[in-house]
Design a protein around this ligand. Structure first.
Ligand code: ZN
Length: 506
């Protein structure tokens, strides 16, 4: 195969894989939002067939040959930024898939497929020992994976690299320990505050139809393009890009209006990213976020720095009040804003507030590192989980269902994924710092309800590139420095010292 033939074959495979990926995303969306319950198993197996086909093409001899020709030293220099980034991504997936022996991978697929229902049963009946042998095998296979992938310093690095390329234990440990110490110090001052926000505002049983109307009112204001996107409903809110012109998000409507509104803002953050990717990248390996963490930075930025700010609600709160006259007429903007930012250590990660959320992630990070290194096993988990909860959050779960069994991720076999959430928060604060310098009227724009210049800035700096840059390259390109925990700490100090009327740390 010569260079020209290899390039044209590569582009053909790339486009085919992208088409398959769109179809998989669409079926996944359908299964979570509308498919009748009895139809799910058949479509799940149909998805299995298509996923296998994707894997087969990705690891095919043809793909291998193309990559070999196109990434030869003599050819490398010729490629433009996009082609070389596409080749980088393809090579990464190709090599990762090739490193895992087929037999081990098949065992892993069957094990994790069964693990999800075993986990669900164990959680429902609060019976950890039912789940323990399965989890133990998942841990062991992940340990074997790290040997297959290879690593330089810590075996966990091999797994981190799957979600956040370039990040290692050596990078995360100092970031997380700095964040932990400063968070605990701030938390202590918050808990001692004598001026706490009201806690009665959101427990009033907000009408679901009205919540829905308000969410649709919100979408265009956030910059979501409704002609290239859809809002649906699902038990767990999510965002998915079917294509660049078809980006779908969900929310859920429960009694508490915070849940639907903040989920819509969060998922819109993901959606703006997908809708903002350069159309030229459609059908390529670059039609995606730079990493899990960078994607999450966009949702957290919109949810926390925008959607939980006083300025944002200055323009929108009158509309929310009009929608919920009975519930909110007597609630001032200030009380509403402060309640939106209540900090309270709690048991469940997904319901945690903005500040204590990262402590939940750090617990999982510490445990995963130790499991992968072989220092702890599944049988040790409940006890260590509870002692870490006491150390980090000062609360201890009364049951394993509310403790070690609360998240589904380990049943998927996913290790190395949780840190991306905190990385997302760290990136978002660093981006927040830069955007305020580059758009000095940032807060005025929020007060006016004019988010378009902010969306354009994010598009220009981040969204348009898709996966062209690695996460490390991208954050340096935006901010001129590596990821640094000080920005998130500073943001927390400023915000919560106002919300709780306490002295900020010196
Ligand atoms: Zn998210």
């Amino acid at each position: 195969m010569n260079k020209e033939q290899a390039l044209s074959k590569f582009k053909e495979l790339e486009e085919k894989l992208s088409h398959y990926r769109s179809i998989l995303a669409l079926v996944q969306w359908d299964m979570e939002t509308g498919a009748p319950k009895q139809g799910v198993p058949y479509m799940a197996s149909a998805m299995g067939s298509l996923s296998t086909e994707v894997f087969r093409i990705m690891t095919s001899e043809e793909m291998g040959e193309c990559l070999q020709v196109l990434t030869e030293e003599t050819n490398k220099a010729e490629w433009d930024l996009r082609t070389s980034a596409s080749l980088r991504e393809a090579k990464r997936s190709y090599e990762q898939s090739k490193k895992i022996p087929e037999k081990l991978y098949s065992e892993f697929v069957v094990l994790t497929a069964n693990a999800q229902s075993i986990w669900a049963e164990a959680k429902k009946t609060d019976n950890y020992s039912l789940y323990e042998p399965t989890l133990q095998r998942i841990i062991e296979i992940n340990r074997e994976f790290t040997q297959c992938y290879g690593y330089h310093e810590h075996p966990y690095d091999a797994l981190l690299d799957l979600y956040e390329p370039g990040y290692t234990v050596g990078v995360l440990d100092p970031l997380f320990s700095n964040l932990k110490d400063r968070t605990l110090s701030l938390l202590k001052r918050i808990q001692a505050s004598l001026n706490k926000p009201r806690e009665d505002i959101f427990g009033q049983g907000f009408d679901k139809q009205k919540q829905k109307e308000f969410c649709y009112h919100l979408l265009p204001k956030l910059g979501f393009n409704l002609e290239a996107g859809v809002l649906g409903e699902s038990a767990h809110p999510f965002a998915t890009g079917i294509s660049l012109r078809d980006v779908r998000i969900t929310t859920r409507y429960i009694d508490d209006v915070r849940s639907s509104v903040l989920s819509v803002i969060h998922e819109t953050g993901h959606a703006l990213y997908e809708q903002g990717i350069d159309p030229e990248l459609e059908g390529t390996f670059l039609r995606d976020g730079a990493s899990m963490g960078i994607h999450e930075s966009q949702s957290r930025f919109l949810e926390n720095m925008v959607g939980r700010s006083r300025e944002f609600w200055t323009s929108l709160y009158p509309d929310l009040q009009k929608t919920f006259l009975g519930e909110l007429q007597q609630v001032s903007l200030e009380d509403f804003y402060r309640s939106l930012n209540i900090v309270e250590p709690s048991l469940i990660r997904t319901e945690a507030d903005e500040l204590t959320y990262n402590l939940h992630i750090m617990i999982r990070y510490e445990l995963e590192k130790a499991m992968i290194q072989g220092d702890i096993n599944a049988k040790d988990l409940p006890e260590i989980w509870n002692s870490k909860m006491r150390e980090y959050l000062g609360v201890v779960p009364p049951t394993n269902a509310e403790g070690v069994l609360q998240d589904i991720h380990w049943s998927f076999g996913e290790f190395g994924y949780f840190p991306s959430y905190t990385l997302g928060n760290l990136y978002s604060a660093q981006i927040y710092h830069v955007i305020q310098q580059q758009i000095p009227e940032f807060h005025q724009l929020l007060t006016q309800g004019n988010l378009l210049p902010i969306r354009e800035w994010l598009r220009e700096q981040i969204h348009q590139y898709g996966k062209t840059y690695t996460p490390g390259e991208l954050i340096e390109k935006i901010s001129g420095e590596k990821l640094n925990a000080d920005y998130l700490i500073q943001y927390f100090e400023e915000k919560f010292s106002k919300v709780y009327q306490i002295e900020p740390a010196k």
